[in-house]
Structures are given as C-alpha cells and as structure tokens.
Write a protein that binds this ligand. Structure first.
Ligand code: NAD
Length: 419
C-alpha cells in the first residue's frame, strides 16, 4: 500500500492554504510574496526563578504576520510543542481570520515552550512577567494586542497588562484582551469562541436542513473553546455523545451532560472515568459517527491518515489548524460540510475586538449587547463565505481564504510598499 505523504509543518500548511486563494484571485506575484511572509518575528529567552530557587531559561516567540488592516492581534500559547513555525502559522491564520470577519486587526501570535501543567502559579506568573517585559518592545494597544490561547487564561492576561502598565507608569487596558472583568474585560469574552462557533454551526445546519435538536455532537478538547461549545449545543437540544482532553476521551451514545462532565474533570483532572460512559482514545473519538464534529484542541488531528474514516455531516473547527490540506480534499469529496477555523473560531477575536473598543471608550456593554453584535458578525460572515464558495465552486476553507486574502491584499496594495 502506498504511504500517504503530506507535510504536517503548520507554517507550510498555512502557506499552501494562502497559495490556493492567491491562485484563484490571480494575485500579483510580488504581493503574494509579501503576504505569505510574516512581517516581524521576535525570539526571546525568558530566565525564570523556579520555586526551589533554581533557574530555567524558557524560549518564547511573538510573531506579527500582517498589520496592513490594523494592529496585530493574536493569542499567547504555553505548550511544550510550541515552535517558531507553529507561531508563524498561528499568526498568519490570525491575519486571515480578522479579515474573514472583517474586523480592523492584523494577525499576530505568541508562544512559550514550557509545560504549564508542571509549573506552580508563582512560576507561571514570573515567567509571564519576564516574557511580557521581553516582548514589550513590539506589543501595545496600537501595535499588537495579545489574548489567551492554549493553557493561558484571563489571569495570564492580567499579569501581562500589569507588567506592561508598570513600565508605562499608567494602566494600559488595551494592551491585551481576554482580561478579567474587574480590569476592563468584556462580558461574554470567555464564552465568545464557543458562542461564535455555535452561531456558524446553526447557520450550516439550517443550510443543510439538519435539525440541531437531537443531532449527535462530538467534541475533541475540553478547554475554553471545546467545553463551552459542548455546553451551548447541549442547550440547543443536541446530543453530545463524546468529549475528550489530553488524557483521552469518553463516549455515551445516549448523550452526555457537558456541565457534569466538566465538574468530573474539575475533580479528577480528566474527563476519563466519567460514570456511564466508555473510555476511548482521541483517535477513536474523531472517527465516531455523528452529525457535528468539533476539533477544539490542537493542529493536525484530521490528516490523510484518518480523513476517509471521518463520519460527520458538519466539521466545525474550533481549534486552529486541525485539518491538513490533503484531508480537506478527502472530506470535501465525501460531502462533509467544513466550517474552517478562520471562520468557526473567529468569535473569540471578534469579542476581543469589542473588548478593545469598550476599553478605548471606557464604556462597557452588557452581555446581551455583546452576544447580539457577535451573532450578527458571525452569521453575516458565514453568509459571505458561503456565497464565495458558491461563486467559485470551492469548499468553505478556500472560500474564506479568497475573501480574507482579497481584503488584506487590497489594504496592502492601496497602502503601497514602503518606501
Ligand atoms: P485550553 O487550554 O482552554 O484547552 C485546551 C484543551 O485541549 C484542554 O482540555 C486539553 O486537555 C485539550 N488537549 C490538549 N492536547 C490535546 C490532545 N492531544 N488531544 C485532545 N485534547 C487535547 O485552550 P483553548 O483556548 O480552548 O484552545 C483550544 C483550541 O482553540 C486551540 O487550537 C486554540 O488556538 C483555539 N482557539 C482558542 C480561542 C480562545 O479564545 N481561547 C480562540 C480561537 C481559537
């Protein structure tokens, strides 16, 4: 049997996705060269005193892919597998995501190679503050605005805001989003990625005439994005039949209650062992037959190795980069309706944008207001992407890239290349 070879390098994948759209748009070769390359990449060493008095030196990154349409925007990830190429990919996906939902930001991302699960709160705080100090030469409310990503949260953002503010001598609320409410966070931000995903899943289901009530839902990754989208779809009457985290998954064909599963995870540290469910692997979870499959963990989960065994009607990418370009084609051929990451998880950055705006005006909205604006943005963006997909006869990922790359290309072209 022939081996299926495909690159799993996230940045090569991001460039390939860009190239596909650039071909459809017949982009000028010079402009393509500019847009497929990150504008700025900063690598820093982060000396950190550990609780036992020893020192570790962590490596961290901040990459700004494009600021053609506004300040850089993108999360910070703490994970042992972080690499410069991964951060470059995530930064470029942020550029296309902000353009897909048409908010005035460019794309950026940060990461630190570390294992936060093995670090104390004090160690994480010292590492975060030193990392902030090292990248403060390129971040700022008008330059580049970080947010939470995998294994960072509102507390991490509070430390970044405080550290940055100390060096300025005043409180710079706009330097990060995803902050706690007590220091200028937005209502609805912690749920925003999941809620945005729910809105586009509803649109897709409507288009496919698939009732969400009773629909079987499978969610990989029980973090901020995954656990909340599971809870929201459960609230829509869908049947969440499988969930997972980094230790593995659980399945119950009769349906799980995501809130109870998370309470169990809160007590035991993992979803596995949840009563009235069978333990399964993450690989088995992805191949479980369902109507809505939501990868909400890390990159490269659906590849050419398992794409033909995916049995869902809708694939909604809450995670960034869970599907490879080779797998995209297999899924498309098999009639699976894909909602690509740069649309499906754009709710997070959309409410980050609302948070940034509220902070600049020092005028804060209630949760209903936030969710109303989010719903309008997400459903409108879904419809725009879907209409490009129909016009160009392509799947939704290529359509979203055509829309996004076209917008960033136009901004770059009209500004001109300096000098
Ligand atoms: P998180 O840290 O809150 O949760 C990550 C979850 O993934 C955890 O439950 C963890 O156990 C699980 N996980 C880790 N490795 C896994 C593996 N190999 N298999 C299965 N599960 C695994 O992170 P998050 O913020 O929910 O981010 C998840 C994904 O969503 C990432 O791809 C992130 O880039 C994307 N995303 C997040 C946001 C946001 O606002 N938080 C916005 C857009 C996109």
């Amino acid at each position: 049997m022939a081996m299926v070879m495909e690159s799993l390098n996230a940045f090569e994948i991001a460039q390939k996705q860009f190239d596909t759209a650039a071909d459809f748009l017949k982009l000028d070769n010079g402009l393509s060269k500019v847009l497929r390359t990150p504008k700025r990449q900063l690598i820093v060493s982060i000396p950190t005193r550990m609780d036992d008095g020893s020192f570790n030196v962590f490596e961290g990154y901040r990459v700004q892919h494009s600021i053609a349409r506004g300040p850089g925007k993108g999360g910070i990830r703490y994970h042992p597998d972080v690499s410069l190429d991964e951060v470059k990919a995530l930064a470029s996906w942020m550029t296309w995501k902000c353009a897909t939902v048409n908010i005035p930001f460019g794309g950026a991302k940060g990461g630190v190679i570390c294992n936060p699960k093995q670090m104390s709160q004090n160690e994480l705080e010292r590492m975060t503050r030193r990392f902030t100090s090292e990248i403060s030469i390129i971040i700022g409310p008008e330059q580049d605005i970080p947010a939470p990503d995998v294994y960072t949260n509102a507390q991490t953002m509070a430390w970044i805001m405080d550290t940055y503010s100390m060096t300025k001598g005043y409180s710079a609320l706009g330097v990060v989003t995803g902050k706690p409410l007590s220091i200028g966070g937005s209502e609805g931000r912690s749920e925003a990625t999941a809620r945005g995903c729910q809105f586009v899943i509803r649109e897709a289901a409507k288009g496919l005439k698939l009732p969400l009530k009773g629909a079987r839902v499978v969610v990989q990754g029980a973090g901020n994005a995954g656990s909340i989208v599971a809870r929201l779809l459960h609230g829509d009457g869908a049947k969440v039949i499988a969930m997972s985290d980094s230790s593995g998954g659980i399945r119950n064909a009769g349906g799980l209650d995501p809130a109870k599963v998370m309470a169990h995870k809160g007590k035991t540290g993992t979803v596995q062992g949840y009563p009235e469910s069978e333990n399964i692997t993450n690989a088995q979870l992805l191949e479980t037959e369902c109507e809505v499959l939501i990868p909400a963990a890390l990159e490269n989960q659906i590849t050419m190795q398992n794409a033909s065994r995916i049995k869902t009607k809708i694939l909604a990418e809450a995670a960034n980069g869970p599907t490879t370009p080779g797998a995209d084609e297999v899924l498309h051929k098999n009639g699976i309706f894909l909602i690509p990451d740069i649309l499906a998880n754009a709710g997070g950055v959309t409410v980050s944008y609302f948070e940034w705006v509220q902070g600049l005006y020092s005028f804060f909205w209630d949760e209903n207001e936030v969710n109303k604006h989010l719903e309008r943005k997400m459903t409108q963006s879904f419809r725009e992407v879907h209409s490009v997909a129909t016009q160009y006869k392509v799947h939704m990922r290529t359509a979203a890239y055509i829309l996004a790359v076209g917008r960033v290309a136009e901004a770059t072209r009209v500004r001109g290349i300096y000098p």
